[in-house]
Design a binder for this molecule. Structure first.
Ligand code: UDX
Length: 385
């Protein structure tokens, strides 16, 4: 896409901000808003730095659009800062949150469930409507709302999705105790249109650059204005506990201790199709296993380089079978498609133990048992399905 559109003169890049914004009707700010180390707030340093630079180079009225995920009220601060830093009169500041998933961003952009625009004036609404006209013609709904509301929608969406995941993870725990199947529960509730089938897949806890950071930032926004958000607070706690309990699950499956045991880890990235290790559940899992005396041999199709500095003492293998060599147990942590088609018989031959702990339910019990493994998935009860 970058190559084709650059060649046709529709896309260009520059490190000269003045040149980049010259003649632009809209300027999108899309810098990072990481968690501020001291207090968990969203760190807006990069957003405000961008605004200060913009104020110096904008020549006429422009719509400044915030794509970055920013706390409620940031748009107001941007508007004030533009004025303070001497931007020309007639600026508009709009909020236009992104809902893209890593690894599926282009598809999510082209076929969005919705486009949210938060603006306080007609000009901003008009310019953004025009920008998104091609998607609107493709039936994407556009929700026009106030700027603060739009800023909140992004956090509310991520918190709600995080809640669905924590909900199904707790249901998986219950399924294990009462011999029920969490996938059937997810399907059984997901077919209800009011609930919906997505984000009901159990796992080792959500990670990545958005859910952990945005749930915390939402809690801070709420605390600042003195409003309790007990559900989101619990979601964060449930997820932290989940991530921290995965090592014990592996230890229990190995009879209570991992001391001296060789454990193969399949997948390190926080989810498939990315090399992103931010808040990945593999980090607390591997580090805890190492601390308890395990020998770790890990494999990820693309995230290994990013993982190296985060799990000191782990060995990294060149493929899944190499990771499994002489291992006492195989632990699936990321649901890469390439893991689904692996040869379980070959694993059985390579490994010294015969245990699979599948934290993504990519295998089924019958296949694993046929290859001679004991199989432990998430929320699948004891029943052989
Ligand atoms: C998320 C939002 O989906 C996106 O709209 C927002 O713009 C950014 O944050 P992303 O972090 O890329 O996107 O990944 P996503 O696919 O949402 O997964 C987040 C985490 O939840 C991953 O760790 C994933 O493994 C986990 N997850 C997701 C589950 O455990 N179960 C599910 O059913 C879905």
């Amino acid at each position: 896409l970058v190559k084709a559109n650059s060649e046709r003169g529709r896309l260009s890049f520059t490190t000269d901000l003045g040149e980049g914004v010259d003649g632009a009707e809209a300027v999108f700010i899309a810098v990072g808003t990481p968690t501020r180390a001291e207090d968990g707030h969203a760190d807006l340093t990069y957003v405000f730095a961008a605004v200060r630079e913009l104020a110096k180079v904008l020549k006429g009225p422009t719509v400044v659009v915030t794509k970055s995920t920013v706390p409620v009220g940031t748009g107001d601060q941007i508007a004030a800062l533009l004025e303070k830093e001497g931007a020309p009169a007639g600026m508009s500041v709009a909020s236009n949150p992104e809902f893209l998933r890593e690894g599926a961003a282009i598809r999510d952009f082209k076929i969005p469930d919705r486009i949210v625009v938060g603006a306080e004036d007609d000009k901003a609404r008009e310019v953004l409507r025009e920008i998104y006209r091609p998607l609107f013609l493709n039936q994407a709904p556009i929700l026009m709302t106030g700027r603060r509301t739009s800023e909140l929608i992004k956090y509310a969406a991520n918190a709600f999705l995080a809640m669905k995941i924590s909900f199904i993870n707790e249901m998986a725990n219950l399924c294990e105790a009462v011999d029920a199947d969490v996938h059937d529960v997810a399907r059984g509730i997901g077919l209800d249109n009011r609930i919906g089938p997505k984000f009901l897949h159990p796992g080792p806890g959500y990670g990545g650059s958005c859910f952990p950071k945005d749930t915390l930032a939402l809690l801070h926004t709420a605390a600042d204005v003195g409003v309790e958000q007990r559900i989101v607070k619990t979601v964060v706690e449930v997820n932290d506990d989940r991530k921290n309990s995965m090592a014990d699950r592996v230890a229990k499956a190995l009879g209570g201790s991992v001391q001296g045991k060789r454990i193969a880890i399949l997948g390190l990235a926080f989810k498939q199709n990315t090399d992103d290790m931010r808040d990945a559940p593999s980090i607390p899992l591997v580090n805890s296993l190492l601390k308890q005396g395990a020998i770790i041999s890990a494999y990820d199709p693309v995230a290994t380089d990013n993982a190296r500095g985060l799990m000191e003492g782990a060995e990294f293998a060149k493929d899944a079978y190499a990771a499994a060599k002489d291992a006492d147990a195989l632990v699936v942590v990321t649901e890469w498609d390439e893991f689904r088609g692996l040869d379980l018989e070959r694993f059985a031959q390579a490994m010294s133990g015969k245990l699979i702990v599948d934290l993504r339910n990519v295998y089924n019990r019958a296949d694993a048992e046929e290859a001679g493994f004991s199989y432990i998935g998430l929320g699948r009860g004891k029943i052989d399905r």
